[in-house]
Every structure is written in structure tokens, then in C-alpha cells.
Design a protein around this ligand. Sequence first.
Ligand code: PAF
Length: 289
Amino acid sequence: MRTLRTIPELRALLSEARADGSDIGLVPTMGYLHDGHTSLVRRAAAECDQVVTTIFVNPLQFAPGEDLDAYPRDPAGDAEKASAAGTTVLFCPEPDEMYPTGADDVLTVVTVGLLGQAMEGESRPTHFAGVCTVVAKLFNIVGPCRAYFGEKDYQQLASIRRMAADLSFPVEVVGCPTLREPDGLAMSSRNAYLSERERSVAPVLHEALIRGARLILGGETDASAVRAEMARAVRSAPLGELDYVAVADPDTLQPVERCDPGSRLFGAIRFGRARLIDNIAAGEATDAG
Ligand code: PAF
């Protein structure tokens, strides 16, 4: 595995690889890699000749007061995990490599309209512009590739997919299933913030989504009844503070009034300084036990 820190080095290496006939897989991350990330790398390695994993804690997607400085970091552990999963090129730029004028002075940003305003966008209004801008930069730096993103951040995946289509990036966006701990908690770097007690009740979010999905599969079509059931389930657990639960169209991410098994269920909950998100397709509840 080669580790690179500058854009020209990465471009040069990838143009040589392409000249040799290699195709490229891209796995953008903010590091502190867990099995969810390495499952994306393994999938990319199974489908592409070269796998570029990027590690960059992107300041543009954190609002003032969010956890940019506290965001967990483990560069040595990340390099080991990325390599073991099949990364051939690890790209770890410094902030001034990605934002030469400073992250506070970026004038060109990519927004995705209503997709970025629903759900997560309500409490984090600048988040998806930050995500889409850095991902657009990575797409431009890496060039034609398949890019792998987890469904755990479903709104992010939908936004990036739409951005790639709207702006004609030569990138195939590949969505990959959420990896979960044995008790159902979705894997996330932010799980590291949970105390032991919080960790023990954190699966309540996934359980609430499953309860909502089961209602839908049982024939409930009134989304407000499903939301109420999910909110009740989350509130029944101690320590957590409900941020939102939503029943939405899987493509537009807009809330629906009438739901069906094609609807997608979303939620966010705070435990102290950890804010956890999760989502499932209503149809998934049959597999979720
Ligand atoms: O999902 C993440 O880790 C980040 O939002 C991403 C896609 C790497 C952009 O910074």
C-alpha cells in the first residue's frame, strides 16, 4: 500500500495505473476505521484493480460547535486496517492540501437542494454542502472510478448519487449495506463517544426503526402512526434524547403521509455528546428479526 498526501502525487499514480489498464475504486472516509469502512474497502477490492481509501476529517461538514476537534483519530491503526482490507493507495491530505485558501474561505460549494435540507439537514443545515463539496473534489482528483459509500449515512449516499448524476461525474456511486454490532447498533466512528451505560441502550434506535417497519409490513399506511410508535420506542429507553424519527420516500427523502413497504425509516438520537443516526427500508424488517 502506498500512502500519499498530495493531490499531484495521487493524480500521477492513478494516471500510471490507468495507462496499465487498471480500474479504480474509491472509498472516502474520515478515518477511525471500523468494520463498516473495511467492508467498503473489501467490496472495492473485489470489484476494482486499485483501491484508493481516503482519510480526511473534512472541516467543511462540521458546523461551529460540532465535534471537529474531538473527532476520533487513529492514523496508525487506520493504515493497518486499510491495508489489510485491500487498499492499494491511502490518501491522507492535510486540510490546506484540500482547501488551499483555508476551509473558512471556500467560495465554491455544491448543494443538493431539498435532499440536503430534510432530516439531518434540519439540525445540520450546512452539513451536506460540506460533504458534497469535499466528495466532488475527491471525484475530480481521482477521476473515473467506482465510489463506495455506506447506507448507514443514507441521506449522504442519496445526496452524492444525485450530485454525481446532476454534475455528470464519471463515477459510479455504489451503496453498501449498513454493518451492525450483534445487538443491532449501526457501526459508526461516533460510537466511540458512548459511555458504557449509553452503549448498552444505544441499540434502541435500531429497535425503534424495526418496530416502525413491522407496523408498515402489518398493513399500517398512516406515517404519523408509524412515527409515533418509533418515538415511543426511543423514549422508553433511559439516557437518550430523541432528535427525530421520519418516514420518507427513499429517493427524494421527503416525508410521506401514506407509507408502504418501499418507504424508508430514519432516526437520530443523542446520547451525551454522541449523536447517532440510523435508517432501514421498511421491507428490511423481515430480515432484521
Ligand atoms: O461518511 C464520511 O465519512 C464523510 O462524510 C465523507 C463521505 C468521507 C466525506 O467527508
